[in-house]
Design a protein around this ligand. Structure first.
Ligand code: KIV
Ligand code: ZN
Length: 562
């Protein structure tokens, strides 16, 4: 019997604010960011960070421009306690940065937390206790009044302790843990009681409203936040902070809607590490702002350094499709995507607004190059391959040659059952079209009599120098005769295109040809200062390719017969 049975679950009660206003609001500026990597993120790791890793992460957060950093839970962990002491004693906290520490509402724990902070210039004391129905009834076995009393007592103890450390500028923060699963009126009541207990403080009080476990869709969380913003005491003196987790995969969306609903501040982690499915990812939310033309007030220009540091401190590899940061997020495998990107990039001017299909932002902004944008697998069409050849070999193939070359690439991807790299694409192009070895044109002479071209060419064929000649109508048709007469092959030109070098410049002329050799089509490419020579080289290249193919086929038949 399957255990998979949805009837085991029931819908989580949700608030319905029928006169909600948040859907009409827009996010047009960055919220206050608070990183909780060193506390919530750290608590969730298989191996919590060492002091060295904590320093590395702290340095990164400072470099990125965070002004509020939750540095640990010092009363619960000796490493956290020692780390807080080190950053204070080593003077590592910039004057405009507040460090934040978490504490439950227990007197002895609060006292130890203040000991850890001694000498800090600016600190946020973050008090929390659980308020949801499940936690009240099943874990703490207390009614609402009992839970409220815990919060008030903790708040009073904090106020009293803060008065004993006048050298530090303290700010107070309260989180009704599991807020989003708490009855809204009780959440308002307990937060107002804590605000009262703290009374007039120099710094605005932070009320942090966690979706400790994400159980609703983001619109419900937004309703809850709007309700709190309407009903909390002294709203204009209080900072409303959001702390979302990602259980339903909507941690960022919930935070964004929560900001639309009136919140001022966001707690999250860089790239989303945290309990279970993670904390909300600050990089994604900040980059969402950036990509809409708003200053995220965080520096993410060296994304690879951010990723390396986070991976090294958490020992968790970033998913290749992680928004904005993953290795594959600016890569197009689909041929039509590649074609669109290529066309848009060609038109994108430096100072213009970014308008490139399939790329929501310019990878260069994050320190990435365009190299990885176009990658070729068996699903890719001709556009991407042609883009690479144009960029790296400066050869702009006509459509019919792109088709031929992309078929060769596709064959290679299918044979290898994997993506082909840029280098392999260029190597195959060179082998096919640039490195003729069978017949090489050494020199040629053209003369014309009564519209008949006479061409005499010196060719090295299989290492032997030969002089051959023929007469016919056009130059290239004549040249076809020159090279094929001796082999008795039926050769003529199907398509021809040329790009002449700009006059006065030393750019070489390029010629592209499609030959029919005994009814089969082969493309060829030639380059020279002289357009006539470029054309003949292209014909020779196509003919050589046809002969290589003929030899391979002959060999296959001989093998079959033997
Ligand atoms: O997720 C949560 O509720 C927390 C609180 C302690 C803020 O991390
Ligand atoms: Zn949390």
């Amino acid at each position: 019997m399957s255990q998979f049975d949805h009837r085991k679950y029931t819908k989580t009660p949700a608030i319905h604010l029928s006169d909600r206003t948040w859907p009409d609001n827009e996010i047009i500026k960055a919220p206050q960011w608070c990183s909780v990597d060193l506390r919530d993120g750290n608590q969730a790791l298989v191996n919590p960070m060492t002091i060295e890793q904590k320093h590395r992460m702290f340095d990164l957060l400072i470099k990125m421009g965070f002004k509020q950093i939750e540095v640990g839970f010092p009363a619960a962990s000796q490493t956290d306690f020692d780390f807080v002491r080190e950053i204070i004693e080593q003077g590592k906290i910039p004057p405009d940065v507040s460090i934040q520490v978490l504490t439950p509402a227990r007197d002895e724990v609060i006292e130890r937390t203040f000991k850890a902070l001694k000498g800090a210039p600016k600190a946020i004391i973050h008090l929390y206790n659980s308020t949801s129905t499940i936690q009240r009834e099943q874990v703490f076995c207390k009614d609402m009044e009992g839970i409220k009393a815990i919060a008030i007592s903790g708040a009073k103890k904090i106020k009293q302790q803060a008065a004993m450390f006048p050298e530090t500028q303290f700010q107070f923060q309260y989180s009704p843990e599991s807020f989003s699963q708490t009855e809204p009126d009780f959440a308002v009541d307990i937060c107002n009681a804590v605000i009262d207990a703290w009374g007039n403080s120099d710094q605005p009080i932070i009320i942090d409203l966690p979706a400790t476990v994400e159980v609703h869709s983001p619109n419900v969380y937004a309703d809850q936040i709007e309700y709190m913003c309407r009903n909390i005491k002294d709203r204009n003196k209080v900072i409303i902070s959001l702390h979302t987790h990602n259980d339903r995969g909507c941690g960022v969306a919930a935070a964004e809607l929560g900001i639309m609903a009136g919140a001022d501040r966001i707690e999250g982690t860089v790239l989303g590490n945290g309990e279970r499915t993670g904390n909300m990812d600050i990089i994604t939310m900040a980059m969402n702002l950036y990509s809409q033309g708003f200053d995220p007030e965080l520096d993410m220009s060296n994304m690879d350094e951010i990723i390396e540091t986070v991976e090294c401190c958490t020992d968790i590899k970033l998913h290749p499709r992680h928004p904005y940061a993953g290795e594959l997020v600016f890569t197009a495998f689909s041929g039509s995507h590649q074609d669109a990107i290529k066309k848009c990039l060609a038109q994108q001017q430096d100072k213009e607004h970014w308008q490139v299909a399939y790329l929501p932002i310019d990878p260069k902004d994050l320190g990435r190059s365009y190299d990885a944008v176009i990658r070729i697998n068996s699903q890719s069409g001709k556009g991407g391959v042609a883009y690479i050849i144009e960029e790296d070999c400066n050869v702009r193939m006509p459509r019919w040659m792109k088709i031929e070359f992309s078929q060769l690439i596709q064959k290679l991807t299918e044979e290898n059952s994997q993506e082909v790299g840029r280098d392999e694409i260029i190597a195959l192009f060179s082998r096919e079209y640039l490195e003729d070895s069978e017949r090489i044109l050494l020199s040629y002479k053209i003369s014309r009599e009564n519209n008949i071209q006479n061409v005499t060419a010196e060719i090295i064929q299989s290492g032997v120098k030969k002089s051959i000649s023929a007469s016919a109508g056009g130059l290239l048709e004549t040249f076809c005769k020159v090279i094929s007469d001796q082999d008795k092959n039926d050769v003529h030109i199907i398509k021809y295109e040329e790009i002449t070098g700009d006059e006065g410049s030393d750019a070489e002329a390029q010629a592209f040809v499609q030959l029919s050799v005994n009814g089969q089509r082969f493309c060829g490419y030639g380059i020279s200062m002289d357009i006539a020579e470029a054309g003949m080289k292209a014909v020779l290249n196509a003919y050589n390719r046809s002969q290589v193919k003929a030899e391979v086929e002959l060999l296959k038949e001989l093998l079959k017969a033997s």
